[in-house]
Design a binder for this molecule. Structure first.
Ligand code: ADP
Ligand code: ADP
Ligand code: ZN
Ligand code: ZN
Length: 753
């Protein structure tokens, strides 16, 4: 007998309070609760982690050693687990050989179709692959473009080597790479590059025989001389982006020019393959069609040799349409997809699988999805369930919560005040439940009454990038503007690309990682850690530096990290608690110094909310802490490493540090990501405060409660891709209510009753 439940007893990961729960199998269970209540700790850190761990144990030691290591989650018992497939918002990324077509396997089907029905017949399906020597354009090796060092961008001819003529951080004056040229004896280091002889240019760019003496760890070594062009080629240009640090990538982007490959015009394939056509189109032209048009083209393939194949391809393309991705093309590179798009693409791969008894785990799947398209997502979840799978969803969206067979509501609040189950049962029960989620489900927000008057406007003129149809639009200043529209309608292109190019002083508050430094935490990032150190120093008459993670006061075993990272090649590092300080991060001496009864480690364990009380007497610290609480992050511990934060949390902590500035234009993308309905009030309060103190805020948002709070709405549409890119509406949300032909208006009307 198959167990009917996934049974968890005594779960204690992060803030979970020895929680026990039965999650029904073969049903859709939605996990709700305020941010920080423990949803991820239960669903990802406990259920999914244990499933992955058990799966890994079934492999041979050889395979196991090559898989990421999962520690045992902190729980007494976890039983009845299925194999879990986690579908999160992590961007697919990937190199430029990875496209929507390759990642979904749809391009493989298209190749098969061409190998059977294409004229003239060229060969096996592999020969239609740009990642296979048989099919690729040999000049660009299937990349479709050429990246070349742009010497005009790299070199400043009005300068000498000593004046920093090589404009790239790795070649800064005095640095290792700079010395390779300056110490070579080939150049007069004070001569401007513009005055170089032909021979000197030749040597600088392409090289000369010889070696250069360089200092190395106190001694001297001789390094082989190499010209700038081959050096850049070897170090950067021939590397794939993911082999490089983000810093190197950005530096490189500044000094290269990218152009379509002239041999294949960016189509990636060789002449023979491109000559093969179906109904007058080659495979590259098929791949460049938007999914909706591609389906039409595939339908027109009538050859009886490929009927089954064609129907299979159509069915799968239909899933793309079902998920609201009909504006994408198969040739689109996955590295350009947003988090929400990446998540939906990952779903496609599973929809056709005949696996049953799988637990699919979704993390806020509505991100980036217009309310009008949410029902498509929910019907796909139902399909997965009806095939005999278990679906677990962490979600704040009302429309997703409403399709739940079972709801597990965590709370009552966040962090230490959460970690319990406050309601479980069906959706009708949730509407009656005395919990924050229940209260929000019962309450419908009205549109706000008074709209701010703009102080002026910023114009975006003649925008025609991607799908934008030569758009000119005024964005008012001194108010809150919300930009809406279905996925693919052009919101990000308009705001993140065109607006920012035309108005570069706008400040972007996005969801990217705050830092990669493992020692950063909310206290160091927002800047009051120094103040805390000084308070400890004054109270104990010792040096403030003792309380720093990189001082002699830090635990020597873990260098103040509290945990030990063991790096495993190609895998996530293994993390274990430091045995010397038990995670307290400082030496015993330092821990003996107290501030109002607490040692430094105890202070860093306070949540921002608790710390706001503790530091009530220090107005500057307290003010910063209140900003953190106001953006809905009161549950974060002062010492919690920032690399444990989700995208939505990163965005909000950046927002917290901006409070108090004036005259700035801020741009935010879905700031409600990861926020419970009840937290949106406090987020709106923060945004309103920013506007009231003299700033302009532009947000891209689908959440209708945010739209209702806007002073001005700019709605793009009517649909995605080539059927989008127009302004459907500009005005107040009240006027939006009467707009025709706007899907956003339609959803706004529906949300009011
Ligand atoms: P939710 O998913 O409901 O937003 P989480 O499960 O992410 O909540 O977080 C629950 C609590 O556990 C929060 O107080 C959070 O700060 C804390 N927490 C989550 N991840 C970590 C971590 N890696 N280290 C320390 N605390 C964490
Ligand atoms: P939204 O933000 O409203 O979801 P986008 O601005 O991301 O819409 O997309 C608008 C159109 O531009 C879509 O057809 C999308 O496929 C296309 N697009 C977006 N980014 C790129 C890109 N990097 N390369 C090619 N096409 C893109
Ligand atoms: Zn080419
Ligand atoms: Zn330690």
């Amino acid at each position: 007998m198959q167990p009917k439940y996934i049974t968890i007893l005594g779960a204690r990961e992060n803030n979970l309070k020895n929680l026990s729960v039965e999650v029904p199998k073969h049903e859709i269970t939605v996990f709700t609760g305020v941010s920080g209540s423990g949803k991820s700790s239960l669903v990802f850190d406990t259920i999914a982690a244990e499933s992955q761990r058990q799966l890994n144990e079934t492999f041979t030691a050889f395979v196991r050693n090559r898989l990421p290591k999962y520690g045992q989650p902190d729980a007494d018992t976890i039983e009845g687990l299925s194999t879990a497939i986690i579908i999160n918002q992590k961007r697919i990324g990937g190199n430029s050989r990875s496209t929507v077509g390759t990642i979904t396997d749809l391009y493989a089907l298209l190749r098969l179709l061409f190998s059977r029905a294409g004229e003239p017949y060229v060969g096996y399906s592999n020969s239609f692959s740009f990642n296979d020597p048989a099919g690729m354009c040999m000049d660009c090796e299937g990349l479709g473009r050429r990246v070349q060092l742009d010497l005009d961008k790299l070199l400043d001819k009005s300068r000498s080597l000593n004046e920093g003529a090589i404009d790239h951080p790795a070649f800064a004056v005095g640095g290792w790479f700079w010395k390779l040229y300056a110490n070579s004896g080939l150049f007069d280091n004070d001569k401007k590059l513009g005055d170089y002889t032909k021979k000197e240019w030749e040597a600088l760019l392409y090289g000369a025989e010889g070696s250069v003496p360089l200092e190395w760890q106190g001694g001297q070594i001789n390094s082989k001389y190499e010209g700038l062009v081959p050096k850049f080629d070897r170090l950067y240009i021939r590397k794939s982006p993911e082999e490089m640090s983000a810093k190197n990538r950005t530096a490189l982007e500044r000094v290269v020019s990218v152009s379509a490959c002239r041999t294949c015009n960016g189509l990636r394939l060789n002449k023979e393959v491109l000559a093969c056509q179906i109904n007058g189109r080659n495979i590259a032209e098929f791949s460049a069609l938007e999914i909706g048009d591609l389906m039409q083209a595939v339908r027109e393939v009538t050859s009886t040799r490929v009927t089954t194949l064609r129907d299979n391809l159509l069915e799968r393309l239909g899933h793309m349409v079902d998920l609201g991705l009909d504006y994408l093309t198969l040739s689109r590179e996955t590295s350009t997809l947003s988090g929400g798009e990446s998540q939906r693409i990952k779903m496609i791969r599973h929809l056709n699988s005949s696996l049953v008894e799988v637990a699919y785990i979704f993390d806020e799947p509505t991100i980036g999805l217009h309310p009008h398209d949410v029902y498509k997502l929910t019907s796909l979840m139902r399909q997965l369930r009806d095939k005999g799978n278990t679906v677990l969803v962490v979600e704040h969206d009302r429309d997703v919560i409403e399709i739940a067979d079972h709801v597990i509501d965590l709370g009552p609040k966040a962090g230490r005040h959460g970690g319990e189950i406050v309601y479980q049962g069906d959706i009708e029960g949730l509407y009656r439940a005395d919990t924050l989620t229940g209260a929000c489900m019962r309450k419908l927000l009205p549109i706000k009454e008074e709209f701010r008057q703009p102080t002026g406007h910023l114009t975006v003129a003649d925008a025609s990038m991607h799908n934008l149809k030569n758009v000119t639009v005024d964005i008012p200043t001194g108010v809150l503007t919300v930009v809406t529209g279905v996925a693919g309608s052009g919101k990000s292109t308009l705001i993140h690309k065109v607006f920012r190019e035309q108005h570069p002083s706008a400040v972007i508050i996005d969801q990217s990682a705050v830092t990669t430094n493992r020692r950063s935490n909310p206290a160091t990032y927002t800047g009051f850690m120094d103040e805390i150190r000084r308070l400890f120093a004054r109270a104990n008459k010792v040096s403030a530096s003792l309380f720093s993670f990189n001082s002699s006061g830090a635990c020597p075993a873990c260098q103040g990290e509290g945990v030990i990272y063991t790096d495993l090649a190609f895998m996530d590092p293994m993390i274990t608690l430091c045995e010397v300080c038990s995670g307290k991060r400082f030496t015993e001496e330092v821990l003996s110094y107290k501030l109002r009864g607490r040692d430094i480690s105890e202070v860093l364990a306070l949540s921002a909310t608790e710390a706001a009380d503790f530091f009530a007497r220090e107005p500057k610290i307290a003010e910063t802490l209140r900003s953190i609480v106001d953006v809905g992050l009161g549950y974060l511990q002062l010492g919690q490493p920032l690399n444990t934060l989700s995208g939505g949390e990163c965005q909000r902590i950046k927002l917290a540090t901006e409070l108090g500035k004036k005259g700035t234009v801020y741009v935010m993308d879905e700031p409600t990501t990861g926020l419970h309905m009840s937290d949106i009030d406090s987020l709106m309060a923060v945004i309103n405060h920013l506007v009231d103190t003299g700033n302009s805020v532009i947000v891209i948002e689908h959440n209708l409660d945010v739209v209702k709070n806007a002073d001005w709405v700019i709605d793009l549409g009517p649909r995605g891709g080539s059927s989008g890119g127009q302004i459907m509406f500009e005005g107040t949300p009240r006027a939006l209510l009467d707009a025709e032909n706007s899907l956003t208006a339609e959803c706004l009307r529906a949300s009011l009753n």
